[in-house]
Write a protein that binds this ligand. Structure first.
Ligand code: HAM
Length: 420
């Protein structure tokens, strides 16, 4: 296909046999959120551009370089969501969800879009499962979310996950730290682009991965040395609850993340078996986000776990998806009348909760039996024209090769008994 189409750059098709792994990962993450009482929400895949510009931050890479933004036919600027926190909080505000019991606990699962340079583990279309707790300023909620995420990775069987933890302070103590960091950075030799960053968003410089910048940062002031008493106590409580529940973490006073809404608790899960894109999930507290996007004061905390990267981590640790036969019964009809009967029988099986398939297309016995084997089914149901008259067909156990007659009238009950 010289001029055929391919999936766009930075995207990929999720196909069997890989797709069961992705479903397994999403399911484990969703189960963790649900176990903590988080409820499912869906928000649109695109939003007003301003929501992200204001919520995520005008000077972040996500907003300045990575958004899929376009004018719709009505002249409105819309953006494919690069993340889910600003939309979730927008939705809480719009629907007054915080008027009820607090915190509002929500989770979501879906695709997100960032125009990033594609590489292993970094895509332009990727999948997150996220959880947000809005309306409470209780360190136990921060700890709860971190424990739930750690448990999701653990139930998947991952052992090479590290948790990095930091606090970014609040609007009381952050300005003094920001100024101290700025002072320090103004005193070191930096390229013009980084100097501009020092003035705009100095904390982002801490995230610069270039070795010579990291070396320059060796003596930079640490945020944890500048926390106010309230932030310090809050952070200590999160650390204590994590320790009590046996969730191991590493204090990383240089941890910053690419979104501007964070206050206080900040965390990231990294997997040691991946390359440069090792962050498999992350999150933190965002006490000022609601006000930033025009809502009331509503503190919040949450995370988003990256499904694509977690699948890579699962592969790196050689964890397999549980084996599932595609169907339990595969019908092999021999002749036209037998096909109609087989069609009716697989429909009955499916309606009774037994997955079933049929050898479609005109195939001989040999080809149809091969299809049955390939399907991974437990049983092949072989129906010949003669069987129709007697009302009895052959049920072949595809694992043992044993074959026995089965009354068509009793097929559903017989198969259900056998599958138990
Ligand atoms: P984030 O760190 O930008 O946080 O994304 C969370 C996770 O999504 C990352 O750790 C990574 O696994 C995955 N991810 C991000 N970008 C890509 C990409 N281009 N390709 C593949 N995977 C990617 C947030 O999005 C925040 N909304 C998390 C949050 C929720 N904070 C508070 N509540």
């Amino acid at each position: 296909m010289a001029d055929g189409y391919q999936a766009p750059k930075g995207t990929y098709d999720l196909l069997p046999p890989d797709s069961p792994l992705a479903l397994m990962v999403r399911t484990a993450m969703i189960a963790a959120a649900r176990s903590g009482g988080y409820e499912y929400i869906e928000t649109p895949v695109f939003e007003d551009t301003g929501l992200f510009a204001r919520g995520v931050g005008e000077s972040t890479d996500v907003v300045t370089k990575e958004m899929y933004t376009f004018d719709d036919r009505g002249g409105r600027s819309v953006t494919l969501r690069p993340e889910g926190t600003a939309p979730a909080v927008r939705s809480v505000i719009e629907h007054g969800l915080a008027r009820g019991q607090l915190p509002v606990k929500l989770y979501y699962s879906g695709p997100f879009f960032r125009y990033e340079r594609p590489q292993a583990g970094r895509y332009r279309h990727f999948w997150q499962v996220g959880a947000e707790a809005v309306g409470t300023e209780d360190p136990a909620v921060d700890a709860e979310l971190i424990v739930l995420a750690a448990d999701a990775y653990r139930t998947l069987g991952l052992t090479r996950v590290r948790l990095l933890l930091n606090s970014l302070g609040c609007r009381e103590c952050r300005p003094a730290y920001r100024a101290a960091l700025q002072d320090y950075l103004r005193g070191v030799e930096l390229d013009p682009e980084t100097r501009r960053r020092v003035e705009e968003n100095p904390l982002r410089v801490l995230d610069d991965k270039r070795p010579h910048i990291q070396a320059l940062l060796a003596d930079a002031p640490l945020v944890t040395d500048h926390l106010c008493a309230a932030c310090k106590a809050f952070h200590e409580e999160v650390r204590r609850l994590l320790t009590d529940t046996g969730v191991e973490f590493t204090d990383d006073p240089r941890l910053v993340r690419g979104l501007d809404y964070y206050t206080r608790t900040l965390f990231e899960f990294v997997h040691t078996g991946l390359g440069a894109q090792s962050a498999i999930g992350g999150g933190g507290r965002y006490d000022g986000l609601s006000e930033l996007i025009g809502g009331p004061s509503l503190p919040g905390v949450g995370w988003a776990l990256g499904v694509d990267r977690t699948v890579l981590a699962v592969r790196a640790e050689n964890i397999a998806a549980p084996e599932h036969a595609r169907v339990a019964v595969f019908a092999v009809p021999l002749g036209e009348d037998a096909r109609r009967t087989a069609f009716l029988l697989i429909t009955r099986l499916r309606r009774a909760g037994v997955s079933a398939d049929l050898a479609y297309g005109q195939r001989g016995l040999k080809g149809a039996m091969k299809a049955a084997d390939r399907s991974g089914a437990h049983y092949a149901l072989i129906i010949g024209e003669r069987d129709l008259a007697t009302g009895v067909a052959q049920l072949k156990d595809l694992t043992t090769g044993d074959q026995e007659p089965v009354e068509l009238d009793r097929l559903v009950a017989t198969v259900k008994e056998k599958l138990q």
